[in-house]
Design a protein around this ligand. Structure first.
Ligand code: SF4
Ligand code: SF4
Length: 424
């Protein structure tokens, strides 16, 4: 659907402000009841999902045009979808899809955020979102005894993704994840320097053509390699491969798993044994792209009609994504199976989790906002008594590390792989 097709949503937004908060029934601590980082930080209605509906309606009626301030409001948003899930507690509106379409419109009209232009320029030249050389893509795996699937056959492809491939501080996590799979006897390999970006983050910036390009590339590359399963430690890659490709009609045709799903399976079948105690109190941060945005895409084609000047009727009935179908249990089951570990939950979890700050291109264009958002989460981890915050995505770990460096917060930041390495 194009942005104008959300006109009924624009008209039906009641300004109830549910999109700014987690639902009432989940509110436990008044310091941690906000859901939308954008409105929480900038405190002006336009920054909320409701504000975006108002902006879009004004644009539709030609009362405003896209200018610098429009772009700033639209892009100071992590596209984390918290608003979308909370709105659906009250009304079945689709603010996230509207914002996605508005970003695509901006890009099509050449209304671009300078920091994102540089990232996309790098992507078009080097096939990654990190403004790094394509030829350095497999340096993270140097010295590992791992198959290159462009040269020999294997069952499972390990797709590290741009962040883990080029952020040297995170290389031990990618290496550790791969080694855990090998230790459990999985026939796994990598694509070496031929691994390319999934295209998901570019899509969220509004560069829709990049998603189609990389979806077609990946499907052909994995078909040629003959792999049966793709496993990735990156939540953004997981959501791109399993949700966004399906959304644009490019279903992968092979099993797509996040690393936590595969590792959980290996632990439950006894192929990976956890024997060492890890005496830590930890909490788990649900990456948005593994949680609510990792819920399978739901296709719908039909007619939307307004009746009695107010009610919207979908024929056939429309099933909405409400976030509950994300990947929530496998990481928790892994943490609970680690000997000696004390696992505590934060206040905002699962489909109502607070974002790490890195999403939607915020980490590239507005790093101070990303750090502020990350620090809000670190405070929440501290409030429930956790010594460490655990995530399952390189973008989350990068955002929390940057946030802690800025604020001096002493919460330890681990990827779930790092805990498993301590436990095996
Ligand atoms: S929750 Fe939905 S209906 Fe309510 S103000 Fe936000 S966008 Fe509008
Ligand atoms: S996507 Fe996230 S930051 Fe953007 S409006 Fe929704 S809740 Fe706020």
């Amino acid at each position: 659907m194009a942005w104008q097709d959300y006109v009924h949503d624009m008209q039906r937004c009641t300004r109830c402000s549910y999109c700014k908060w987690i639902p009432y029934r989940y509110m436990q601590n008044t310091d941690f009841i906000q859901g939308c980082p954008s409105i929480s930080r900038y405190l002006w209605h336009a920054y909320s999902a409701s504000g975006k509906f108002n902006m879009a309606y004004s644009l539709l009626q030609e009362r405003i045009e896209i200018d610098e301030s429009f772009l700033e409001v639209l892009y100071k948003c992590q596209m984390d979808g918290s608003c979308d899930i909370s709105c659906k507690v009250q009304q079945d509106l689709e603010p996230l899809q509207l914002m996605q379409e508005l970003r695509i419109k901006c890009v099509e009209e050449g209304q671009l955020v300078p920091a994102h232009m540089m990232v996309i320029e790098g992507l078009r030249k080097e096939d990654n979102m990190m403004q790094s050389k394509k030829t350095d893509r497999a340096r993270w795996a140097e010295g590992l005894n791992v198959k290159n699937l462009t040269e020999e056959k294997g069952e499972v492809v390990f797709h590290a993704g741009c962040r883990y491939s080029f952020d040297q501080e995170l290389w031990p996590i990618a290496r550790g994840g791969l080694e855990l799979l090998q230790k459990a006897g999985v026939d796994v390999g990598i694509m070496g320097i031929d691994e390319a970006c999934c295209g998901g983050r570019a899509y969220e910036l509004g560069y829709a053509g990049e998603l189609t390009k990389y979806a077609e590339h990946q499907m052909e590359a994995f078909r040629t390699a003959g792999v049966k399963t793709l496993v990735t430690p990156c939540a953004d890659c997981y959501a791109a491969f399993s949700v966004l490709y399906d959304k644009i009609g490019k279903k992968m045709g092979i099993e797509v798993l996040h690393l936590v799903q595969y590792l959980d399976r290996l632990i439950k079948t006894g192929q990976l044994k956890l024997t060492k105690k890890v005496p830590l109190t930890v909490t788990y941060h649900d990456p948005c792209h593994l949680g609510r945005l990792g819920e399978p895409w739901v296709h719908w084609q039909g007619k939307e009609t307004k009746v009695m000047g107010q009610m919207i009727v979908h024929d056939p009935p429309k099933k909405f994504r409400r976030g509950a179908g994300g990947i929530y249990e496998p990481p928790r089951d892994i943490l609970k199976s680690i000997p000696g570990l004390n696992f505590v939950e934060m206040y905002r979890i699962r489909e109502y989790a607070w974002c790490c700050g890195a999403g939607g291109g915020v980490i590239d264009a507005y790093p101070d906002f990303a750090a502020w958002t990350g620090n809000e989460r670190l405070k929440e981890a501290g409030a429930v008594g956790a010594e460490a915050i655990i995530s399952a995505c390189g973008w989350c770990k990068r955002s929390f590390l940057d946030a802690a460096a800025e604020s001096g917060d002493k919460t330890k930041v681990y990827d779930i792989v790092e805990l498993l390495q301590m436990a095996v």
